[in-house]
Design a protein around this ligand. Structure first.
Ligand SMILES: C[S@@+](CC[C@H](N)C(=O)[O-])C[C@H]1O[C@@H](n2cnc3c(N)ncnc32)[C@H](O)[C@@H]1O
Length: 406
């Protein structure tokens, strides 16, 4: 067998230049190609579902090919974003967004600008220099004023261009699996910052509007939902499940999404971001970490000796990390337990998932998934290696699949 390689074409990095798929970067987003390969053999009457939809990659690939697809996601910002990314836009929406961008003249952004609202982010000056922040705040204010004049859809296109601009001109460096700040000397100092930021917003707007013209013929519905409770999901009778749940690797989605969430009003204090991370499967940021210390298992995994053995091994080094892993698999257990309520007999399920390693203990997520899936009516489970995730040869991404039988 050949050795797995990192295969960039299967990751979010490949999505950046791919029309709507490149609208917003989320590190754990999977590559469009993964979904395309899984949808290839679908038939016209398939109804697709993604219970951990993130930026809506599955929904967009499905709808572009004419399939109906339901997406479920816990994070309200991602629910909004996936909806905006997967809908069909009218030429009126697109014109209205372009009109707004055309109307921005960089001469009007000469400093000092009148003081405008800025998001209540901790240490905001680490994110943006004062000049950049003032320009962003002014664009944001004008965008808000435009809301009453134009369709919500047009404003969504502008919001996405705004998200691209605010991250492009921030000091955050995404060279890490989460993020860090550029050192001061690395921050570019540009003479004509106002013009550069405005031009960049206009460019984003133009590109996004071009992408928005692309047809999406399938119907996508996006639900704000906790996928540990699939029995309470809005839809039923799905025939093809394609998803990538959180990995047990202590990655925080909120951490990376914070700047967008603060600007667009989905967050207004640090405590709430910790609360959201605690509700997300695999979240461990802020308050979530201290809550983990007091967390006690519900006992769902009593039939899963292998998982419990792994938890025990990790516990010898760190009881807190052992709780993290234990909770992660209990949460995923709850998800699998609800699947029979929403799948049609014969449905195919596909989970893209990574393993992890704590100290010298490998957590074989893929085989733990197979075991939990089999307990809940999914037969003929199998695992394929998709790619190597990093320079560490033991960290891999897998596709775990199976067929649901009533
Ligand atoms: C690996 S990401 C999915 C990325 C997605 N495939 C994409 O291409 O953008 C996992 C997602 O699961 C969401 N999530 C975490 N816990 C959840 C829960 N209990 N219910 C629903 N979604 C959840 C996270 O917010 C995150 O967006």
């Amino acid at each position: 067998m050949s050795h797995p390689t990192q295969r960039r074409e299967l990751t979010f990095k490949h999505n950046i230049l791919n029309g709507r798929h490149g609208w917003l970067r989320l590190t754990p987003a999977y590559g469009v190609k993964v979904v395309e390969n899984l949808i290839e053999d679908a038939s016209n009457d398939d109804i697709i579902v993604d219970p951990f939809s993130g930026t809506g990659t599955t929904g967009l690939v499905a709808a572009e090919r004419g399939y109906d697809c339901d997406l479920y996601e816990l994070n309200p910002f991602l629910v909004w974003f996936a909806e905006a990314k997967t809908r069909a836009y009218t030429s009126l929406d697109i014109e209205a967004a372009l009109d707004f961008a055309d109307g921005l003249k960089s001469e009007d952004f000469v400093q000092p600008l009148e003081e405008s609202w800025t998001p209540p982010m901790h240490n905001i000056d680490r994110w943006w220099s004062t000049r950049r922040l003032n320009v962003l705040a002014e664009v944001y204010k004008r965008m808000k004023n435009y809301e009453s004049e134009r369709s919500n859809e047009a404003i969504d296109l502008l919001r996405i261009a705004f998200c691209q601009t605010l991250i492009r001109w921030s000091n955050a460096a995404f060279n890490h699996q989460s993020m860090s700040f550029k050192q001061e000397k690395e921050q570019t100092l540009i003479e004509d910052e106002e013009k550069v930021v405005i031009d960049s917003f206009k460019q984003s707007c133009k590109r996004i509007c071009e992408d928005a013209e692309s047809p999406v013929s399938g119907r996508v519905r996006v639900f704000a939902h906790d996928s540990r409770q699939m029995d309470r999901a809005a839809g039923r009778d799905y025939t093809l499940l394609i998803t990538s749940p959180p990995y047990p690797n202590r990655m925080s989605y909120i951490r990376e999404l914070r700047p967008y969430m603060y600007w667009l009003g989905y967050l207004d204090n640090g405590r709430d971001s910790g609360e959201m991370d605690w509700k997300s499967i695999g979240g461990t940021w802020g308050i979530a970490t201290s809550r983990l210390a007091d967390w006690r298992p519900k006992g769902y995994l009593r039939k899963h000796d292998e998982i419990l053995k792994t938890v025990k091994l990790i516990s010898a080094r760190s009881p807190l990390l052992a709780n993290y892993i234990h909770k992660y698999f209990e949460d995923m257990y709850e998800h699998f337990r609800g699947l029979p309520s929403v799948l049609r007999d014969g449905a195919t399920v596909n989970y893209v998932i990574g393993n992890s390693k704590f100290y010298d203990t490998i957590v074989p997520t893929e085989s733990f998934y197979e075991a939990m899936m089999r307990e809940h009516g999914i037969k003929h489970t199998e695992t394929k290696v998709l790619r190597k995730r990093s320079s560490k040869k033991e960290l891999l991404e897998y596709l775990v699949s199976g067929t649901f039988k009533k």
